[in-house]
Design a protein around this ligand. Sequence first.
Ligand code: TYD
Length: 134
Amino acid sequence: MSLIKLIEFDVLGDERGQLVVLEAMKNVPFEIKRVYYLTGTKAGVPRGFHAHKELVQVAVCVSGKCLMIMDDGVKKEKVWMSSPSQGVLIDRMMWHEMHEFSADCVLLVIASELYDENDYIRSYADFVGMINNE
Ligand code: TYD
């Protein structure tokens, strides 16, 4: 089974341009508690490098592109994110890294919980240890 779970969003709009709607429990599979976005990520600087114990997120590259890597502790898969009409589900207990941000990349993230540093697993060795004990 693929680690990359894509969510296709309908693109609304007309001659004025496009409009994409994200709605809790409709095209986003959880109640939305937090939204954040990454902008101005410097060339060659990767981000992420953590997993979450309980948090579930959907990431959307609304502008530009970046490379998302998902790792379940056994295998690793990559997907280029470059479409504002496509979300990538970042499930709980999924190590994720974002690489190769374009200068114009805006990565929007929708989250199921408020920010909680205690929910982060920032050591890959700890992550693999926890996966093996689940
Ligand atoms: P971090 O999650 O480490 O960033 P990334 O995964 O993109 O590399 O977050 C960077 C900093 O921002 C860190 O000090 C925690 C803080 N932060 C918040 O205060 N609230 C938030 O909702 C998020 C996502 C991060």
